[in-house]
Design a protein around this ligand. Sequence first.
Ligand SMILES: [Zn+2]
Ligand SMILES: [Zn+2]
Length: 308
Amino acid sequence: MASEQSDRTQVATDAESAFMTLSHDLRLEILLALWDAPGFSLSFSELRKAVGERDSGSFTYHLSELQDQFVAKTDDGYELQYPGHRVLDAIQSGVFHDQVTVGPVGLDDDCRECGEQLTFEYDTDYIARIRCSDCGNRALEWPFDPGGIAERDSDAIVAAFDRRTKLIWSCALDGICPFCAGQINRELTSRVHEQGACIGVIEQLDRYDEYFARDHPAVVAVDCERCSFYSFIPVGVVLLTRPAVTGKLYDVDIDSRETPLWDLGFVVDSDSVTVLQTDPMCVEVSIPDATESLAVTIDESFTVTVED
Ligand SMILES: [Zn+2]
Ligand SMILES: [Zn+2]
């Protein structure tokens, strides 16, 4: 525990010093100027001209503060380094300075509860929501960055949201954090009650009450050991990265790449998930839209077996 605390203190100290290095607008301007430059590199005089800094002493000082971590000195001048790119990537995602809203936009896909048209909506809380305004069904909700909205029309925004959410979920389900690359603990978790006691931890979490798929009998809880990423993912998403399953889906007219998450019944329909046993966990996922009967089982180690 003591060493965990000191590890944390060290991380905070190191990260604080990195963030302090960026705590001056001229330094961010230097990074942005290099980012705009061919080959991410500029000579001293080009860089100074690009940021429009008249005071040579001040420019030299701020540039030197960035050196070795965010910017490297080369024979020709200064070059943006990987940490510098990552800082700018985070800024370009828009989450620090952009607040945009979209929609509601009508989708081509119908509500699986009532058959009315689903809508896409993006709000200033950075959550994209696919829902039915008729029956209130929350088909799918997940964070999205303002960078996903810029320079796209509404069809492209919706498609980008679907594709990116699939990628984030698939990566997390494979045990790799899509945000920090750290290790993810994943657990098949059930909300089934046995003799009055809740199996699993999810019922105790307030955020689970807010989760759009909280009516599913089982979900996957994902928890990054390194960063703050912690979430739940519908069990059916596991199938999207299994060739033995995606091939079968294709055979029964379901293109799992082209079909958005909210139109994949095995992802969003709570009825398609059945808990077969809780210790160890094993669930069955049926494919409601298949032209012939198709179901798979998923065990606690995420082994997927296609049922005969
Ligand atoms: Zn509906
Ligand atoms: Zn992480």
